[in-house]
Each structure stands twice: as C-alpha cells, then as structure tokens.
Design a protein around this ligand. Structure first.
Ligand code: FAD
Length: 480
C-alpha cells in the first residue's frame, strides 16, 4: 500500500473515449431535494471513493461520476493478474452507496468553473431516448467504440466539486505500446494479463510449434522498474515456479522473465540498499534485469530495444509512470505543476486559478493534483489521506463549521513484494520511526498492511481466504 508510486499509471485501463459530437447535452441536477448543496465527485479511485465512504450523505446531495462503477484496490492487482487472488478481492462496488448517492457511470469531458457545470459522456453503451441525435451502438461499451457517447452526453450542475480523476499510463509516445502492450491499472487489465499468461502456455504446448516459437511465446517482458513492474515480475515468478512448474514442467524451463528500465537501477524511489536487495534477489531467482535499456518500438509479439535489437515476447506489461488525465489537460483556467501537469492546489486542497486565487468550491486530490510547494508521491496513500481530510472538511462545511487546518501528509513508508514470501519495507524517509525491513518480516508487514487496508468486510474475508486456499490448492489455471 505504501509505495512511492510514480511509476504507477492509469492508462488504457480507462482510455478516454473520443469526444462526443453532441452540442445539446441534457442537463440534470439530481433527484434529491434541492435544499441540500450539490456535491459532485469525479472519479471512484483512492481519493474519490474515500470521500464517498466518509461524506455525510444525509446533509449533502452527492453525485459520483466515474467511468467505472467500482473502486479498484490497486495494490492487489498484481496478485489478481497471476491468480494469487481472485478479481473480486480487488474491487468495491460504488453502487453500495446508492440510492443515497446518485452514481453515473460516465466520463466528465469538460468543466465550466464559471457556470459550475460539467459535461459528461456515458461510459455505457449509448441508448436512444427522445431527443437523441444518433442511433445507439448496440452491444458496445463506451470503452470499445471510437465515438461512444454520441447522442447521450449530459450536463450536471454542482455547488461543490471534487476532482479525483487520477492519471493515465505514460507511454513516452513509444510507437505500438498502446496497441500491443498490457497496462495494469484495474481488474480488467489484471484479467486480460491472466488470460494472456495462460494462453501463452496453452499455445506453447501445441505439438506443432518449434522450440524457438515456444521460447518466444514464453518470454515475459515487463517495462518499468518501479514498484508495479517489480511486484508483477515477482508475482509472475511465483506462478511460474509453483503451478506452471507443476502442470507444464517442460515449458516452465523455457519461460523467462525480463524487467526493463531506462534508469540505472530499479525501485529508484526506495532507499538504495533496498533497491540493491531487490536486484540481488531477482538475479538469484533468474529474473533478468535490463537497466539502461530503451524500448524504441513495439509490434505485435515483438519489441525493439536500442541496446538489444529485436525481442520477441508472449506478454509485454508496460508500467513506466504517469501521464496527465485528458480532463486535467483540457483545463486551462487553473494553475498546474510544470512537470506532472497535475492541478496545483493550496494546502486546503482547493484548486488555484491562473490569477492565483484559490477556488473555494473546487478541490483536487490524488494523482491528478499536487499541493503547490510540496511534492508528495503519486500513491494510494496520499490520495486516500487527502480523501479522508477532504471528507472531514466537507462534513464541517455542510454544517457551517470552520475547518481551516491544512492537509498534512503522514508518510507511512513504502512496501514492495519481491516474490517467494519476501518483500521490502522502506520508512527511511518518514519523519518519525525511520526504519527499513527486508525478507519475511517485510512480507508479513506487506500482507498485514493490505489486509488492514482492505475496505469491506466481504473483502476482509475473501482476501485471506484466497491466500489460504491458493496456498493449499495452488492457483487456478483455468482460462476464461
Ligand atoms: P485512481 O485511483 O486512479 O482513480 C481515478 C478514478 O477517476 C477512476 O475511478 C477513474 O475511472 C476515474 N476517472 C478517470 N477519468 C475520469 C473522467 N474524465 N471523469 C470521471 N472519472 C474519471 N499506491 C500505493 O500507495 N501503494 C501501492 O501498493 C500501490 N500499488 C499500486 C499498484 C498498481 C497496479 C497501480 C496501478 C497503482 C498502485 N498504487 C499504489 C498507486 C495508486 O493506485 C494511485 O496513486 C492511486 O490510485 C491514485 O488515486 P486517485 O484517486 O488519484 O486515482
């Protein structure tokens, strides 16, 4: 949970659909009585979902706009991608707060800060309604069509707005990445990766293939040596050395995991000694680390690395950092961080206009925002703490009470799983109780931290149950 996560991204995961061509969007307020102030939350991730949980739903008229109807518990996605946990363990439904909260599964396209309105496009298949300007695209979802929202765009009004839309995956415009690599941002990505891993082994198992073809299929490449890339490599290694070795013993010997990064070391945000510990462990485990390597182009089933030439692969997982969310890019009236392009906020998390004033009705949190003059890592830990802080503030505001205390980040340290029930824990940059741990102790901390952070009682039961079941019976290799 507590990693410095500049390498984590949100990308194809939730690719921004093409802009709607509709000019006359329907305007909605809310079904709740108008006497309450309208609070709109954009995004159901670590920041937005925390507010949804903690906000006083009796006093606020709350609307959630998010293209997904679930919260993704991102630290468990790497485990889900290899079957250590099932997908349900890493999601919490947004709907559990309705009908007190109005939820729209939609993208916010544009924000009009003067009129206090939002233009949104459904993230569901378009439906025909009276006044619709186009025919519905039957059987498709917004995510999969090139013009998903045509005819269905709508407007929402707000009194107070929280922007918590996160960020996208950084690809550095390397050609072919979006088309041929897998990202790991939500359970859909985890499911696609898991299916692909099993596909690779089933394809390689066909009798007609040559050994070279088999080795190519079983070459698993991970680009990005941050915590996400490292944890996925570790989880994949666990899978290969347990169930795959048991069920495909010959193929398991042909499988190879390679972790690429342009930097000289992996886990650059961790204490140096912990990065070295991780590299040594990976080398002992047979995970090849190729630092100072530059991927120049990706094609179907192969990539071209400057220092290595052509590299065929069966699976390529791409995790090289954050790119700004298009909604944030579309905002030009607010101040932004030069490098991250996140919205600047003051210490109360209010966005700052280009004229230098804090907007008292709009807040921005999570990966989409930075407090001016402070640089917190883009992590779930920061997004969640900001969400908690803001919910408290909003609950005071709605009662006309003062809440002037600025946000203060409590650094709980960073954790990363390294495979084989070993991990690293880095609290060396925290203000109090500076400490570092490696190996089994850090792994116990890793598991207990995620178990503690798991939100619902259902998942507090499911997560340890699957850890236990898979320890006894092994991971499920069924391909869905
Ligand atoms: P997100 O959680 O990304 O949520 C953004 C939300 O906004 C999503 O619901 C999205 O659908 C929605 N959205 C996007 N665009 C729009 C739009 N136009 N309109 C409306 N809604 C929109 N951090 C840690 O601290 N520890 C970890 O162990 C850790 N592990 C991670 C593992 C993985 C695989 C990944 C991907 C990330 C991990 N992170 C971790 C980082 C952490 O998940 C992010 O920092 C965190 O999710 C940021 O929270 P957020 O609320 O800003 O954005």
């Amino acid at each position: 949970m507590f990693k410095a996560r500049l390498s984590v991204a949100c990308g194809r995961v939730q690719p921004r659909p093409a802009k709607s061509s509709v000019s006359a969007a329907r305007t909605f307020t809310s079904s709740a009585p108008r006497s309450k102030q309208r609070l709109v939350i954009l995004g159901s991730g670590w920041g937005g979902y925390e507010i949804l949980r903690a906000i006083d739903k009796k006093r606020w008229n709350v609307t959630m706009v998010s293209p997904t109807n679930a919260f993704n518990f991102t630290p468990l996605l790497a485990s889900c991608a290899v079957g250590t946990l099932e997908f349900r363990c890493a999601v919490e439904p947004v709907r559990k707060f309705s009908p007190q909260v109005v939820c729209y599964q939609a993208w916010c396209d544009t924000i009009d800060f003067k009129q206090k309105t939002l233009k949104c496009t459904p993230a569901t298949a378009p439906l025909e309604y009276e006044g619709s300007t186009s025919a519905p695209l039957a059987g498709t979802t917004a995510k999969d069509t090139s013009d998903p929202g045509t005819g269905n765009a709508f407007k929402l009004r707000y009194d107070k707005l929280v922007i918590a839309v996160g960020a996208y995956s950084q690809t550095f415009n390397v050609p072919g990445v979006k088309e041929h690599a897998h990202f790991l941002k939500d359970v859909r990505d985890a499911r696609a990766i898991r299916t692909r891993i099993i596909d690779c082994f089933e394809q390689a198992n066909q009798p007609v293939l040559s050994d070279v073809q088999r080795r190519n299929l079983l070459n698993f490449c991970i680009v990005g040596g941050g915590p996400t890339g490292v944890e996925f490599s570790a989880e994949l290694h666990d899978l290969l050395h347990a169930e795959i070795q048991r069920h495909y013993p010959t193929l398991a010997r042909m499988a190879k995991i390679t972790l690429y990064d342009v930097a000289p070391n992996i886990l650059g945000n961790f204490d140096k000694s912990l990065g070295i510990y991780a590299e040594n462990k990976f080398r002992r485990d047979g995970i090849s680390i190729k630092t100072r390597h530059h991927v120049e182009r990706v094609e179907k089933d192969r990539m071209f690395v400057k220092e290595q030439g052509e590299v065929p692969f069966g699976l390529l997982v791409w995790s090289t950092g954050l790119a700004p969310n298009p909604l944030i890019q579309s905002i030009d009236s607010l101040e932004k961080h030069d490098k991250t392009q996140g919205l600047f906020t003051d210490q109360n998390l209010n966005v700052i206009t280009k004229e230098g004033h804090a907007d008292p009705d709009v807040w921005a949190i999570g990966d989409a925002a930075n407090i001016k003059g402070q640089l917190h890592p883009a992590t779930a830990q920061v997004a969640n703490q900001k969400g908690k802080y803001l919910a408290q503030k909003l609950n005071k505001i709605v009662k006309d009470q003062e809440h002037t205390k600025p946000f203060e980040f409590q650094n709980q340290g960073s954790l990363a799983y390294l495979g084989d029930w070993k991990a690293i824990y880095d609290r060396s940059s925290a203000e109090t109780v500076k400490t570092k741990e490696t190996g089994r102790v850090a792994w116990l901390l890793w598991r207990s931290a995620y178990f503690t952070m798991t939100l619902s009682i259902r998942n507090k039961i499911l997560v340890p149950t699957y850890w236990f079941l898979n320890w006894i019976f092994g991971r499920d290799l069924t391909r869905f």
